[in-house]
Write a protein that binds this ligand. Structure first.
Ligand code: S3P
Length: 165
């Protein structure tokens, strides 16, 4: 079985994905982590050095490689859906779940996070609102199910997803 989680940074893709993998006895794969292994440095450093387009190219290659042998629970980077090729690969080869969160909830979770390059700006909440507006339709287009992350705990989110599989 192959499941992919999409959603904005801070939506809980890694936390939910890890627990979901354990629950389903499937490997958990974090695409950001696979990318970091390939480049040998952090995504943040790579972004700064090479720029966003180079990162997106790499991300597309990694998603295509994973989609060629779909297996496990995949946590994708928040921007993976920006490219049509990725949306198609994910939708065609994985059961895709959109973990939807409000920008306000995301802001509360990410306020002290310095790892996410896209949020190193003067107004991170405004940035999250923009990202949400721009990407929400793309996450919906990619996903087979939408799960709202507002209230449920991680464990409850895993239960909700398992019921939908
Ligand atoms: C990005 C999200 C990050 C990472 C990169 C770009 C984005 O992943 O892929 O910094 O464009 O939203 P997370 O969603 O795991 O933070």
């Amino acid at each position: 079985m192959a499941v992919a989680l999409v959603g904005l940074p801070g939506a809980g893709k890694s936390a939910v994905g890890r627990r979901l993998g354990a629950r389903l006895d499937l490997p958990f794969i974090d695409t950001d982590h696979v990318i970091e292994q390939r480049i040998g440095c952090s995504i943040r450093d790579y972004f700064e050095r090479e720029g966003e387009i180079a990162f997106r190219d790499l991300e597309q290659t990694v998603i295509a490689d994973l989609a060629a042998q779909p297996h496990g629970v995949l946590a994708t980077g928040g921007g993976a859906v920006l490219r049509e090729a990725n949306r198609k690969q994910l939708r065609d080869h994985f059961h895709v779940i959109y973990l939807r969160s409000s920008p306000e909830d995301l802001f509360r979770r990410l306020r002290h996070d310095v790892k996410r390059p896209l949020l190193q700006v003067a107004d991170p909440l405004g940035r999250l609102r923009e990202l949400h507006d721009a990407r929400d339709p793309l996450y919906r287009e990619t996903a087979h199910e939408v799960v709202d992350t507002g209230r449920p705990s991680i464990a409850m989110l895993v239960d909700i997803i398992v019921m939908q599989l």
